[in-house]
Design a protein around this ligand. Structure first.
Ligand code: ATP
Ligand code: MG
Length: 442
């Protein structure tokens, strides 16, 4: 992409309304534009990152055996009356009336709807286990939308729902999602620690929130230091091996880790002082097993091998891709801007032509850009007629992991500079050596 044709509205001023780094940087880097409180347009750069985050989540859900569907954002109030949540949900739910006076709502979550999908088709134990998920916008009329996309009112969620014959099956389904989450966050480049969470009014035993440690996090969290170096299951981990799944979950739940909502002083005090982490964290995922709560209310039943019909056991598993974009910035930035992990970087490479119109600068920049196009590398080529200083600042702000800088001094001798955004290290190479290196490494 040539920068001269790209819609990347960088802000010079630091927006006053933004309280935290990620929100400020997302606005300054032209990633999002606020439309109303907690409601945003995703601009090209922001959208690219959001899509990459989604893709990793999707790949890992699929790997764990979940099926992607897409349910609508608008739901009928009747379904929520069946579960009893229409009145219980309160003011966070946006309620709408259509032209015929039918009550609708903008979905804050999809337990009811997915249970309705399930009961329409699945009647027998032979069709279980089943996991259905979608990645869809949600609306919750949060009392205090803030921190940009981290606590929005309209936000993207990946929500998966598992259906099993009995409790044992439900635990196995939970474990698969648990492992899938470990892999997902690892691929996103972050440490997200599974912490025991409140199971809320629905009750039930199994619930973990996946939390990224960050000063600006809204949750107070407590955990054992070992969580920072536990191994994450490799990509060929066998999701069909229930014992292996159980062992991984056991390893990842062995030590104490909990949010303040379920803080247990006795267990906390058992940890050696120098092994304790008391910090703030951002909840990026939440998994939850809730048994037959919804299936009983909505009559989602299956026939068992003994011929009897019983309500199906369910669990739900959420991740917030839009919140994650903010959380990743909280985890990866410096004074100059964002430093994207490679897996979600909006472009593979940035090319800075320091002096458009200068023969050697143009020639070498174009040569590298052409090599990227040919090799299928996604490069952002800053070909604009602007000061070199402004280009450096912009490239640092938007956080591409690798930059190629083509300046008149080195270009005269056929050389270019490669800069690593994270370390700031620079290396001067001949243009051909640079192309070989970049095509092999990025
Ligand atoms: P929180 O405690 O932060 O309000 P929640 O418990 O209401 O979150 P869940 O219902 O578990 O959230 O939703 C699943 C995931 O959706 C969360 O882990 C989070 O990543 C994301 N999410 C929830 N609410 C928001 C929001 N207002 N803005 C952005 N993402 C959100
Ligand atoms: Mg939660």
């Amino acid at each position: 992409m040539r920068f001269s044709r790209y819609f990347l509205p960088i802000l010079k001023e630091t927006p006053k309304e933004a309280e935290i780094t990620s929100h400020r940087m997302m606005l300054r880097a032209g990633m999002i534009k606020q439309q109303s409180a907690g409601i945003y347009t995703w601009l090209p750069l922001g959208l690219k990152i959001l899509r990459k985050v989604e893709t990793i989540i999707r790949e890992e859900q699929n790997r764990a055996g979940a099926n992607e569907i897409l349910m609508p954002t608008l739901q009928s109030a009747d379904l929520w009356r069946e579960s009893g949540r229409y009145d219980a949900y309160g003011k966070e739910m946006l309620r709408i009336e259509d032209r015929h006076g039918r009550e609708m709502l903008y979905g804050p979550t999809n337990e009811e709807m997915v249970t309705d999908v399930f009961r329409s088709y699945v009647k027998s134990y032979k069709d279980l286990p089943l996991n259905l998920y979608h990645i869809q916008w949600k609306f919750r009329d949060e009392v205090r939308p803030r921190f940009g996309v981290m606590r929005g009112r309209e936000f993207l969620m990946k929500d998966a729902y598992s259906f099993d014959l009995d409790e044992q099956g439900a635990v196995e389904a939970y474990n698969r999602m648990f492992v899938s989450y470990l892999r997902t966050f690892e691929r996103l480049g972050v440490k997200a620690i599974p912490m025991r969470a409140d199971t809320g009014p629905i009750g039930g035993e199994l619930s973990h929130e996946f939390i990224i440690l960050a000063e600006t996090g809204e949750n107070e969290v407590f955990c054992h230091k070992d969580y920072l170096q536990l191994p994450v299951p490799p990509e060929d981990v066998d999701f069909d091996d229930a014992e292996e799944m159980q062992n991984i979950v056991a390893q990842w739940t062995e030590h104490y880790a909990a949010t303040d909502e379920v803080f247990d002083e006795t267990k906390w005090n058992e940890i050696a002082e120098d092994q304790k982490i008391a910090a703030r964290g951002i909840e990026v995922g939440h998994i939850f097993s809730f048994g037959t709560t919804y299936s009983e209310k909505l009559a989602a039943e299956v026939t068992h091998p003994d011929g009897k019909t019983r309500p199906v056991h369910m669990g739900s598993y959420g991740i917030g891709p839009s919140r994650l974009v903010g959380a990743l910035i909280e985890a990866f930035h410096d004074d100059n801007g964002i430093i994207w992990p490679k897996s979600v970087a909006p472009f593979d490479l940035g090319i800075i032509n320091m002096k458009p119109g200068h023969g050697a600068c143009d020639e070498l920049s174009e040569k590298i850009y052409a090599a990227c196009l040919k090799a299928g590398k996604d490069a952002l080529y800053d070909d604009r007629d602007q000061s070199a200083g402004a280009k450096f600042a912009t490239m640092d702000l938007i956080g591409l992991p690798t930059q190629v800088i083509v300046g008149p001094r080195v270009a005269e001798s056929g050389d270019v500079e490669i800069k690593d955004r994270a370390t700031g290290e620079r290396e001067v190479l001949s243009v051909d050596a640079a192309i070989n290196k970049l095509m092999a490494e990025i």
